[in-house]
Design a protein around this ligand. Structure first.
Ligand code: ADP
Length: 221
């Protein structure tokens, strides 16, 4: 079910982990917030379902929190790379299904990959790429990198495509890109039909090869 509440645990309540924790909690999910500093745990008591003091490198401590039962565990330990690695290792040994880890650098990333982290996040790098994309084109509203080759972008529809249908614009054949959704004010049309019409100032959420997306943004809009 799409609206089923998921169970999350966030380990490390610094700037990154703290933001993830608050946002998940505001979205209505169950969030267990963990940090080894009591000041952080107190601060997050009102931004989480439970907040507890624990050292996440201590397997027994994690066991007693029932961490195995959480669908997602986010390891957001910043500077202490050793603790981040050890925590990830313990979580994967305990067979936690989805362990997402913030990496500090390329070496950290490599080790995390080896020990089975399910997703490795580089917040500063990823945000830097998004901001750069954003400020170099007035048409790009947002940008998500899926891999070295593929991305999803939010593009602003200009006069050039105003009042034209998706089939008429023939975006997939001409540019190899696919429109996933069209946002118009508060409305969002997911999986638009070929004869749906686009208006100026609509936001198009488009997936494709980076090269094709760039060509579409420059020539098609
Ligand atoms: P950011 O760069 O996202 O702000 P920080 O390094 O400032 O990250 O924050 C990391 C958080 O992780 C800190 O609040 C710290 O107390 C916590 N932390 C570090 N090691 C452990 C550990 N072994 N167990 C639990 N929490 C930890």
């Amino acid at each position: 079910m799409a609206d089923r509440k998921k169970q999350f645990a966030v380990i490390g309540l610094g700037r990154f982990g703290g933001s993830v924790c608050k946002e998940l909690y505001n979205m209505g999910h169950q969030v267990l917030a963990i940090d080894n500093r009591d000041q952080k745990v107190n601060e997050f008591a009102r931004f989480s379902t439970h907040s507890v003091i624990a050292d996440s490198t201590d397997e027994k401590a994690l066991q007693s929190l029932g961490i195995r039962n959480f669908e997602y565990v986010i390891v957001a330990i910043g500077d202490n790379i050793q603790s981040s690695i050890l925590t990830t290792l313990v979580l994967k040994e305990m067979e936690v299904e989805n362990v997402w880890v913030k990496a500090q650098n390329a070496y950290h990333h490599k080790v995390l990959e080896k020990i089975g982290a399910d997703r490795i996040i580089h917040p500063e790098h990823d945000m830097g790429v998004r901001i750069a994309q954003h400020i170099t084109s007035e048409k790009i509203v947002d940008y998500i990198e899926l891999s070295d080759e593929y991305s999803i972008v939010e593009l602003l529809a200009t006069n050039k495509v105003h009042n034209r249908s998706i089939i008429d614009l023939d975006i997939r054949a001409k540019y190899g890109c696919t429109i996933l959704a069209v946002k118009r004010g508060e409305d969002i049309n997911v999986s638009p039909m070929p004869d749906d019409v686009i208006y100026k100032d609509d936001i198009l959420i488009v997936i494709g090869h980076k090269r094709d997306l760039k060509r579409y943004e420059e020539e098609g809009l």
